[in-house]
Ligand binder design. Structure first.
Ligand code: NAD
Length: 435
């Protein structure tokens, strides 16, 4: 008998109308977008409740021996939001601002992101409250190993696969992989992605998120009838995502007129010399003191008169307070959650074309998926093959979301949520409720 995949009709979802929407709480922001898409999809009430709750939330306290001989206790989290489509997939963040609400939101976004680009993964995320800039390499290694062993029960190539996020890198991923492998008593490279190439990492992974940003921006400009050649771009955040996006967008013909990081930014209407800025950051660890343009603040960068704005640092930088002053025609959300739900309507009204985070920065998880596939197959691809397959997935996903946005006359964010929620909901309907 054929399974009926049609959505049920006339079943009205009732969002929690009386809950208080805290604009800067990222989990609230996620739920607000989820609710809008769920209503449009006419999601049945049971599934609505299932998809609004994380499957599993782990909080761990980790004693770590510091270099001065004292013991410090760190708090860490791992949230598996939804694993119906496959293993949880999501990065590990080391930051003083990490909290459970943020990790829950990031895990939910990973669920929707993997579904938007149609990867066989669910969504998860982890974080540890710490300041890696104040820790030695030895302290960071001990913390990473202790965190890995604290969440060992959920980890595994078939259950939950971490990756780097803010302030973690391939070095940290190598420690995660080694700690897991020591417990498993054999080498398990596929337990984590974003590893060093020598250890089962994938060519092209480091650049993948920035490359994905460049590709969807190219598609957006094409859709809007704007040339890529000479398009002006401002980029907030000059780390992995922001610096690679700047480099590849410049190579694709755009003029990068402003960049910034934690220390502040620079504006140069003639075009920032991106290669020089990257070399400067490599040497000095930040843009602080870089003289390649006039100094500007991070707030000023967000409201510059540009064709494309790429927020590629942290959450909640475009809010109801400053959205009215944004002058960009396109926003490509390199970071997760840079725009609050309160800012969405203001940007819509101004006609800003927003490529939402769950689509715009999905290049990273897409090549993480390639890495996982290569590790499991024990056969590694050339960088050209990785980039070609990434381009195919990013462009197809952009056009899937665009088609849905036209069909339902909604913005790209709502369309992306509709596409991904529909995919996750379909799997739940097929699998049914266990026990
Ligand atoms: P990163 O640590 O390499 O870089 C972060 C950058 O943001 C740095 O330049 C830092 O100085 C800057 N920054 C930090 N605080 C800031 C502030 N208050 N104002 C302005 N700039 C600030 O991190 P990343 O990997 O590039 O990640 C950036 C964002 O992209 C995060 O939201 C992350 O979740 C998201 N993301 C990353 C990937 C990936 O593959 N790395 C994939 C998807 C999404």
């Amino acid at each position: 008998m054929a399974t009926d995949l049609r959505l049920p009709t006339h079943r009205i979802v009732r969002p929690d109308k009386d809950r208080f929407l805290d604009e800067v709480n990222p989990f609230e922001a996620m739920k607000s977008r989820f609710d809008r898409a769920a209503v449009l999809l006419d999601l049945e009430p049971g599934l609505y409740k299932v998809l609004r709750h994380p499957e599993k939330q782990i909080i761990v306290s980790m004693p770590v021996l510091m270099d001065n001989g004292e013991v410090e206790v760190f708090t860490g989290y791992r949230v598996l939001y939804n694993t119906s489509r496959g293993p949880g997939k999501g990065g590990i963040r080391f930051d003083m601002q990490v909290n459970l609400e943020e990790v829950k939101a990031l895990a939910a976004w990973m669920t929707w992101k993997c579904a938007v680009v149609n990867l066989p993964f669910g969504g998860s995320k982890g974080g540890v409250i710490c300041d890696p800039s104040q820790m030695s390499a030895g302290e960071l290694e001990r913390l990473t190993r202790r965190y890995t062993s604290a969440i060992m029960a959920t980890l595994g190539p078939d259950s939950d696969v971490p990756a780097p996020d803010v302030n973690t890198n391939e070095r940290v991923m190598a420690w995660v992989m080694d700690t897991y492998s020591m417990q498993a008593r054999h080498t398990v490279t596929a337990v984590v992605t974003g590893k060093p190439i020598e250890l089962g990492g994938s060519l092209g992974r480091r650049e993948a998120t920035g490359r994905g940003c460049m590709l969807v921006t190219r598609e957006a400009l094409k859709h809007l009838g704007m040339p890529m050649q000479g398009a002006t771009v401002a980029i907030q955040g000059f780390g992995n995502v922001g610096s690679v996006a700047a480099d590849l967008m410049q190579k694709a013909g755009c003029r990068i007129i402003a960049i910034s990081d934690r220390a502040g930014g620079i504006e140069n209407r003639n075009g920032v010399n991106v290669a020089e800025a990257i070399a400067y950051v490599k040497e000095h660890r930040s843009l602080d003191g870089y003289k390649g343009g006039d100094p500007i603040t991070n707030d000023q960068l967000l409201t510059l008169d540009v064709d494309v704005l790429v927020p590629a640092a942290l959450e909640n930088v475009i809010t109801s307070k400053n959205a009215g002053e944004v002058r960009a025609r396109v926003i490509c959300e390199g970071a997760n959650g840079p725009t609050t739900a309160g800012a969405d309507a203001i940007l819509d009204e101004k006609g800003v074309f927003v490529i939402p985070d769950i689509l715009a920065n999905a290049g990273g998880v897409t090549v993480s998926y390639f890495e996982w596939v290569q590790d499991r197959g024990g056969y590694f691809w050339t960088e050209a093959v990785v980039n070609e397959r990434l381009e195919e997935i990013m462009c197809r996903s952009f056009n899937d979301v665009l088609a849905l946005s036209k069909q339902h006359k909604v913005n790209m964010r709502t369309a992306a949520y509709m596409l991904s929620i529909q995919r996750v909901a379909t799997v739940h309907r097929l699998r049914g409720i266990y026990a």
